[in-house]
Ligand binder design. Structure first.
Ligand code: NAP
Length: 338
């Protein structure tokens, strides 16, 4: 192929498939580096964008927030030390100076800027970090967005500490799985909820103490009895089930909220929330400092992300439909080189 072009999986409009095609290869601008991607990974965000259920849509767009690759180009003022280094990319762009909340011009790699479902991507130099040495490129590519989200909501917002009892809802989700691995590594006593008994068993293999199937009628009562209640609950589902989480929290408990896969909270129990002095803590992505802390934690604890399946770049649409089906346990990775 001509050196001016590359292969990418492109979304050209709402509710259309990812199209594998030739597009112009990006050239690094001032303070940017060019990354030749080895592997990318899917997040639910890519599906929301495809379905038109995400703010700030623009087309055509190369989605993909997670990537691991090698630096092949250096823009003006970027440090040449990065050339040939294997890196992971922090997808959090323009967080700003306030660690409590992102800046107004904050964005996430993969919309509005082109992302990692491509052979090359250009990003600001400060977003690239050395690949954790103990991980393969596919494992490293699985980390960025979900790992960062899980790290902030669990540790910075909900302040989970060793010895506390933690519930992670929707064990099969990408963020939920990192939250499970991180909480176990931090010495918490971890329970999960899931639509699948098999996924609960897989969480136990990772070190979770127990779990309950949220498709069963009294799952919360079973879990309350088994666990004795939760100091920390991490939820990405929202929806009708959220009210039960305020029941499950111990007095003084913290509920970290990072997603709304099941939609809005149409019910809730304010009295439980105030009488039990609960903290409900919203969390999105994380700061540049948290990204570095998360990578250090992953390296120190030798955490290996769980990969459910690997697709090639020309199979991105198949991978997206698979994620939409919700049957995965672990990250869905795109091997860019195959
Ligand atoms: N705020 C942020 O920065 C941020 C970052 C990443 C993701 N998110 C959001 O967080 C959500 C999850 O993202 P993801 O990429 O981790 O998605 P994902 O990998 O597709 O996971 C979705 C999971 O949600 C679980 N789920 C579905 N219905 C549920 C229910 N009623 N109760 C409990 N769990 C339920 C399922 O778990 P089981 O298969 O175990 O049933 C499913 O695997 C999405 O809404 C996404 O947009 C937000």
């Amino acid at each position: 192929m001509n050196n001016l072009f590359m292969k990418a999986s492109v979304l050209e409009a709402v509710n259309t498939p990812f199209i594998f095609k030739d597009v112009t290869k990006p050239i690094p601008q001032v303070n940017e580096v060019q990354v030749k991607l080895y592997a990318a990974a899917l997040n639910h965000r890519d599906i929301w964008i495809q379905k038109g259920q995400y703010a700030g849509l623009k087309f055509p767009i190369i989605c993909g927030s997670d990537g691991c690759g090698v630096i092949t180009g250096i823009g003006e003022h970027a440090d040449a030390k990065w050339l040939n280094q294997e890196v992971v990319i922090n997808p959090s762009i323009n967080w700003g100076d306030n660690s409590r909340v992102q800046a107004r011009d904050y964005t996430i790699l993969g919309l509005p800027e082109n992302g990692t479902f491509a052979q090359y991507v250009c990003v600001p130099e400060h977003l690239v970090h050395q690949k954790p040495a103990h991980l393969t490129v596919q494992h490293a590519a699985a980390i960025p967005l979900a790992g960062l989200t899980a790290f902030r909501v669990l540790f910075s917002r909900a302040k989970a500490i060793a010895g506390e009892t933690v519930l992670i809802t929707g064990a099969g989700g990408g963020v939920a799985l990192f939250a499970t691995q991180f909480a176990i590594a931090a010495g918490c006593r971890v329970y999960v909820s899931s639509s699948s008994d098999a996924k609960i068993e897989q969480a136990k293999q990772l070190g979770a103490t127990g779990g309950a199937n949220y498709k069963t009628a009294d799952w919360n009562k079973t879990l309350a009895k088994e666990s004795g209640g939760f100091d920390v609950i991490i939820d990405g589902a929202g929806g009708e089930g959220f009210a039960r989480l305020t029941d499950l929290a111990k007095p003084g408990g913290r509920i970290g909220v990072y997603g709304a896969t099941q939609g809005n909270w149409n019910s809730g129990i304010p009295a439980r929330t105030f009488w039990k002095q609960l903290d409900i803590l919203g969390s999105t992505m994380g700061t540049p400092h948290e990204f570095v802390e998360m990578l250090n934690f992953v390296s120190k604890q030798r955490i290996v992300p769980v990969i459910d399946s690997v697709f090639s770049l020309d199979e991105t649409e198949t991978a997206a439909r698979y994620m939409d089906g919700g049957n995965q346990y672990g990250k869905i990775v795109i091997d860019i080189e195959s």
